[in-house]
Design a protein around this ligand. Structure first.
Ligand SMILES: [Zn+2]
Length: 468
């Protein structure tokens, strides 16, 4: 047996080294990761919009005994509750045994993802083809959304006040929709344009129909393609064109998430950002059972467009819930907030070996090296960011280390390359210590994003340790 040299031992003790999940975890733990990923994929595939994510999650919460909560309800220790905000954002609450003045633990993610929304008056016909005009939602790279199969999801509220749910393109045998692109043989002019110029918002028209309505006498109707679209939609959903004005219809990538790579350690799919954090935090609160701390899982809408509106994180609802919990125990809500802690759960950018030039590798999230913490996000010299304290990083670090969570610290990319934000600053402005944490993603905001099953599982373990 050879003894290790002092320098080697010292290096082990003194140096920071990222932990790779494959070095740190046992075969048994690795198979648990694989199994967890299957549960996640099923939930993700059923949750392509924030509304669907809320519906799916409410089913899971109710099956686990969570009861519907309305602001003003009195709560007791041990209560498991959920608040469904307009079908688009959701709060799961588990009331702990310790005094509420000790604060609540919040895990806040978002369940909206970049996509292509229909305009309020979307339908038009051009040279025999029917199209939907669109207005994209969130930060998309437009060229990525052409020539891929798209599915239509959403709701339409009719003149009688009833709302119908629309889903086209997901079931086997369903037709899909598509945005076309030029053939290379005729793209000479387009090749000369920059990426930003070559694809425009007004150019993202979705092909919806290519045949006209034919009358009973065999004659093609006037405005026939447009009429054909409305006739098909009317038969299936009972809607007329005016109903588009009170609709939320959106095109998302059709199809299911799949394993990527021969070894199956990656998942490719639509909307990992940020449903991978939503699902892992949900599982954590479900499996925590009765806890000492009061835990809240917040699944927000509208993050991709700035967290505005009544279902976004800038709405007062999360703080209203905290205040209501405080009131239930005759506690001072500002004291509750001041002692509360938050994990702002949103995906990180994974270092992409195919594009190393935009990353600063030493401070990037590396695939399979666990869930990523970010002390700050923002852009241009830490602009618009929460930038949490060393003390709070230290506290979270200890929680994770004690629970043997594999985690890494990461920035988005090179300092002057761009940037991004999360809901963190909209929570910390209420006097709640908040840090960003999330699963690293390759091709973030693309129709087909990629994450690691190992990092997904470590996010779940991190949330489980936080809310225990
Ligand atoms: Zn996100």
């Amino acid at each position: 047996m050879s003894e290790e040299k002092k320098s080697k031992l010292l290096a082990k003790e003194l140096f920071y080294k990222k932990t790779n999940v494959f070095e740190a975890k046992t075969a048994e733990e690795r198979s648990a990761m694989m199994a967890f990923a299957e549960d996640y994929k099923a939930w993700l595939d059923a949750s392509k919009t924030e509304r669907e994510a809320v519906d799916e999650t409410v089913k899971i919460l109710e099956a686990a005994g969570f009861k519907k909560y309305t602001l003003g309800d009195k709560v007791n220790a041990g209560d498991k509750l959920y608040l469904n905000n307009r079908g688009k954002s959701l709060f799961a609450i588990s009331v702990g045994s310790e005094p509420i003045e000790y604060g609540v633990r919040i895990m806040a993610s978002h369940i909206d993802s970049p996509r292509i929304d229909l305009k309020p008056n979307p339908l038009f016909e051009n040279d025999g083809v029917g199209y939907f005009k669109t207005h994209y939602y969130g930060g998309i790279r437009k060229y990525q959304w052409a020539t891929i199969p798209l599915a239509l999801h959403g709701v339409v509220t009719k003149s009688d006040g009833t709302t119908v749910k629309v889903t086209v393109g997901e079931d086997a045998g369903d037709p899909v929709l598509c945005i076309s692109d030029l053939l290379p043989h005729l793209a000479k002019d387009q090749y000369q344009k920059t990426l930003a110029q070559a694809f425009t918002g007004e150019g993202l028209n979705i092909m919806i129909c290519s045949s006209p309505y034919i009358d009973e006498d065999g004659e093609v109707a006037y405005d026939g393609v447009r009429l054909n679209v409305m006739s098909i939609l009317n038969e299936k959903y009972g809607i007329v064109e005016t109903d588009f004005l009170s609709a939320e219809l959106t095109a998302v990538p059709a199809g299911k998430s799949v394993d990527v790579g021969l070894d199956r350690w990656l998942i490719g799919g639509y909307g990992h950002d940020d449903r991978c954090c939503a699902y892992t935090s949900l599982r954590a609160i479900l499996e925590a059972g009765d806890t000492v701390h009061t835990n809240i899982v917040a699944l927000a809408d509208k993050e991709e467009t700035g967290s505005c509106g009544v279902t976004g994180m800038r709405c007062t609802l999360l703080m209203d819930i905290t205040a209501n919990l405080a009131a239930s125990f005759d506690a001072n809500e500002s004291v509750v907030r001041s002692n509360s802690l938050c994990l702002s759960a949103d995906v990180a950018a994974a270092f992409d070996p195919n594009y190393p030039e935009v990353y600063e590798k030493r401070n990037s999230a590396i695939l399979h090296c666990g869930v990523a913490l970010a002390k700050y996000t923002g852009s241009g010299g830490k602009g618009n960011t929460n930038d949490t304290s060393a003390e709070y990083v230290g506290l979270v670090r200890k929680i994770f280390d004690d629970a043997k969570v594999v985690w890494q610290m990461a920035e988005l990319g090179k300092v002057d390359q761009g940037g991004g934000g999360t809901v963190a600053m909209y929570i910390s402005e209420h006097n709640i210590d908040t840090i960003d944490i999330g699963v690293p993603v390759i091709s973030m905001h693309a129709p087909f994003e990629i994450i690691s099953k190992a990092d997904l599982y470590e996010a779940y373990e991190a949330f489980a340790a936080f809310c225990k």
